[in-house]
Design a protein around this ligand. Structure first.
Ligand code: DUC
Ligand code: ZN
Ligand code: ZN
Length: 489
């Protein structure tokens, strides 16, 4: 008897990449894909994938896990529960956050999040470093060292009282990102507009969750995008704009990219499938749909789909930020909080892919290959995890999801694996479900069961990579001495 050539073969499925869909076997040796072809074998084990789609596992590049939030509370999940819910939803890599708050030392913060992930993660993970206290030590000593250690992206907030970064320190952080070769990600909303609106609404007694959406006036987004893009262009630093929610915001990004600026952007399922009306429920119920920026209107959804189809937005992440609907989370300030007292965020890791598969593949909007691109390959490329992650290719990690395109599921709170206790998408029906999920060649979900140990996920060290490289062109009108920008740096 000859030794089988491979450890595992996924036989006869329809494999999809960003460009092609074809029937093939995938052979796996150890943790990686060893061959793609027809009639491969033998292997120690086979999975029959006939009738299924065989897709790269999802890469969710924006999720808050076990994180001390802007509201000053830790969100509901642990790394174990969050990554378990991700795995059940077909996602095999996450980029979450190591969140500095004012007064904290970034190296210690990063180490603490590493310890949490090492203990609980069931899939592979990386971190964006949130910088909220850009001291000289943070910028000149800690950030360069941490970027070198494999944390190739930085995140800043332009709003939230505890975390926001004003324009001058933001320029300093952009320069630090540039010098370290890291991507700069941003939550970009105009803080002044939002806090002014909040005060006026509350003073007039408008306290219900729906006023949260009104307080985040739509122009607060386009204004902040524009300001951030201008500052990034000044120092020639690539940026990733998180969770685009408005048509005007998408247009600002389109214009910037049209000028050749390295501006990347994402949106999230809540902006494609929810509107501000979802917050308008009796009593405090609308709090379950509260996130920042808020869901907007149907025409914004259309504008975001168009921006995705044109490539103006490159990725769709979950912005998973779960808070329970009780005194530990959304109702922390009591049973009748005003909208400003309610933590912002939604659970999303588990349903990101099923909601998008239903819309894009089952209902046909943009199609299967674009689904693979937006949810797996493009985020892996932007954050320099590709081709190890986000690809079905020889040598890539065998992170694979088998999708049953016919399976219909009505979403229910009780079926979710995160710790939020509810999902804002309960009651919706979707067609298409990830029934078998592999991480580095191991079957981690099959038949509705998890079969992997907490702590078996691995840290994905990465530099900023290609996307984070400056263009080499500085903005002309900021360049009186030809290389003013270079001198500035
Ligand atoms: N908004 C954020 O900025 N972060 C987490 C969740 C949210 O709604
Ligand atoms: Zn945000
Ligand atoms: Zn977020």
């Amino acid at each position: 008897m000859t030794e089988p050539a491979y450890d595992l073969i996924i036989r006869g499925g329809r494999v999809a990449t960003t460009t092609d869909t074809f029937e093939a076997d995938i052979a796996i040796s150890g943790e990686t894909i060893a061959a793609i072809g027809r009639g491969l074998g033998p292997a120690k084990r086979e999975i029959n994938a006939r009738g299924k789609y065989v897709l790269p596992g999802g890469v969710d590049s924006h999720c808050h896990i076990e994180q001390l939030s802007a509201a000053g509370i830790v969100n509901a999940d642990t790394f174990e529960s969050a990554t378990t819910s991700a795995a059940f939803g077909g996602t095999t890599s996450v980029i979450s956050f190591a969140a500095q708050h004012v007064g904290m030392q970034l190296p210690q913060v990063v180490e603490e999040y590493h310890a949490l992930a090492r203990k609980g993660a069931v899939i592979d993970y990386a971190f964006h470093m949130i910088v909220a206290d850009p001291t000289k030590e943070t910028l000149e000593r800690d950030l360069p060292a941490l970027i070198r250690q494999g944390h190739g992206s930085i995140k800043i907030f332009m709003t939230y009282d505890r975390l926001k970064i004003d324009d001058e320190p933001l320029l300093d952080i952009l320069v630090a990102a540039r010098e370290g070769g890291a991507m700069l990600c941003a939550h970009a909303e105009n803080h002044g507009i939002i806090s002014w609106m909040v005060k006026r609404l509350l003073a007039r007694g408008y306290t219900a969750p729906k006023y949260h959406a009104i307080s985040h006036a739509r122009f607060s987004e386009a204004e902040a995008f524009n300001r951030l893009i201008g500052m990034a262009a000044l120092v020639d630093q690539p940026i990733m704009i998180f969770h685009v929610s408005t048509a005007e915001g998408a247009k600002v990004i389109r214009d910037a990219r049209g000028q050749g600026l390295k501006v990347f952007a994402e949106t999230c399922p809540q902006y494609l499938f929810m509107t501000a009306e979802d917050l308008d429920k009796p009593g405090i119920e609308g709090a379950k749909w509260m996130c920042s920026p808020p869901p907007r209107r149907a025409p914004d959804q259309e504008a975001l789909w168009q921006a995705l189809s044109l490539g103006d937005l490159q990725t769709i992440s979950s912005d998973h930020a779960p808070y329970r609907f009780d005194e530990t989370g959304k109702l922390r300030a009591g049973p009748n909080p005003n909208f400003k007292q309610i933590a912002n965020g939604l659970p999303g890791l588990e349903l990101r892919l099923p909601l998008l598969f239903d819309a894009m593949v089952s209902k046909g909007r943009l199609g299967l290959n674009k689904f693979v691109e937006l949810t797996a390959t493009a985020p892996a490329k932007v954050y320099n995890l590709h081709p190890k992650k986000g690809a079905i290719a020889i040598g890539a990690d065998a992170d694979i999801a088998l999708w049953d395109p016919d399976k219909r599921v009505t979403i229910a709170d009780a079926d979710m694996h995160d710790l939020a206790g509810y999902t804002p998408f309960a009651g919706r029906s979707v067609q298409g479900w990830p029934v078998t999920v592999l991480s580095r060649g191991r079957v981690i979900v099959d038949g509705g069961k998890l079969s992997v140990q907490p702590g078996s996920g691995q840290f994905l060290a990465r530099s900023g990579g290609e996307a984070a490289k400056p263009t080499g062109r500085l903005v002309a009108d900021m360049d009186p001495e030809q290389n003013f920008g270079a001198t500035l740096l």
